[in-house]
Design a binder for this molecule. Structure first.
Ligand code: PMP
Length: 300
């Protein structure tokens, strides 16, 4: 990318000029919400679903986004076009805004909105061929009745701790359990296990984010004739599954071939996971909002 433009509070600024106050409550207290969205070949995958989740998250924490839903979609499109991208990862961040050092959000007069678009691939390409190894970690998913995982808030500290634990174990991703020991999710992805023709993922109340990719895979799985179930399961069920995979906007669909030292299936990405990934890759270019045609034609 030659020059990167960031959308920051009603205007585009160069990446090096995209700065916010140290009194922003997102910085001081993790007070805000965000979304991660993907653009595939000029198609913003599930834009409306991501936008709806952003506005739901904001509503839940009583944060007023200073744009309508339609305006937000338009701003995302503009950010992609401004950066002349066809394939990109988009990050929307809405923080409570600038206040004083005190906690009180009522001192923050206006939410700050940042939109960043850049090329991204979270896992190196070869890992989609080989699958990844993961471990379960000591960090537990926060309880839904304490801080709901349905709110995609800027409070990602336990997800960060999971990443640290993954590094310490020398693996690329790790799995959180909930407070009762049921499998919840990865640091930034949902988990699925396959047993025969049945594909399971933990239900929202276990303490997982209701991922947009997760939703897409549930739809795809149903259309391919699998029995899709949202049901709690334990580490034992993961260890003994035929196949395991993770889903997320950044991660897409990635096979897991080893969990806590237990080899899953044959130790390579399974046929069912590969089938789901293939259909997912077809869908991502058709199921969303198109980046404007006239601007898309400028994209080099
Ligand atoms: N869980 C967590 C904690 C996440 O941060 C993400 C990434 N947004 C996911 C799951 C996957 O959700 P999605 O498919 O909507 O990206």
């Amino acid at each position: 990318m030659s020059e990167q433009w960031i959308y920051l509070n009603d205007q585009f600024v160069k990446k090096e000029d995209a700065k916010i106050s140290v009194y922003d409550h997102g910085f001081l207290y993790g007070d805000g919400v965000f979304e991660g969205i993907r653009v595939y070949d000029g198609n913003i995958f599930k834009m409306e679903e991501h936008n709806d989740r952003l506005f739901r998250s904001a509503k839940s924490i009583m944060l007023t986004i200073p744009y309508t839903k339609e305006e937000m979609i338009d701003l995302v499109v503009q950010t992609i076009n401004k950066n002349r991208l066809k394939d990109a990862y988009i990050r929307i961040v809405v923080s409570r805004g600038v206040g004083d050092l005190g906690l009180d959000p009522y001192n923050c007069k206006r939410a700050q909105v940042v939109i960043i678009a850049e090329p991204l691939s979270i896992f190196p390409k070869h890992l989609y061929e080989t699958g990844i190894e993961i471990v379960t970690v000591a960090t537990r998913r926060n309880r839904p009745d304490v801080l709901s995982p349905k709110v995609k808030s800027l409070n990602y500290l336990n997800n960060v701790l999971v990443k640290i634990e993954a590094h310490l174990a020398n693996v690329s991703e790790a799995l959180m359990l909930n407070d009762q020991g049921y499998v919840a999710e990865g640091s930034a992805d949902n988990i699925f296990i396959i047993k025969g023709n049945t594909i399971l993922t933990p239900p929202g109340y276990i303490g997982a984010l209701e991922g947009i990719t997760r939703g897409a895979i549930i739809e795809i799985g149903k259309s391919l004739g699998y029995e899709m179930k949202e049901e709690p399961f334990t580490r034992h069920d993961v260890y003994t599954a035929d196949e395991v995979f993770l889903t997320g906007t950044a991660a897409e669909v990635i096979a897991v071939v080893k969990v806590d030292g237990r080899v899953i299936g044959e130790g390579v990405p399974g046929e069912n996971t590969k089938k789901l990934l293939a259909v997912f890759r077809e869908k991502v270019v058709s199921d969303g909002v198109k980046v404007y045609k006239e601007a898309a034609s400028n994209i080099g």
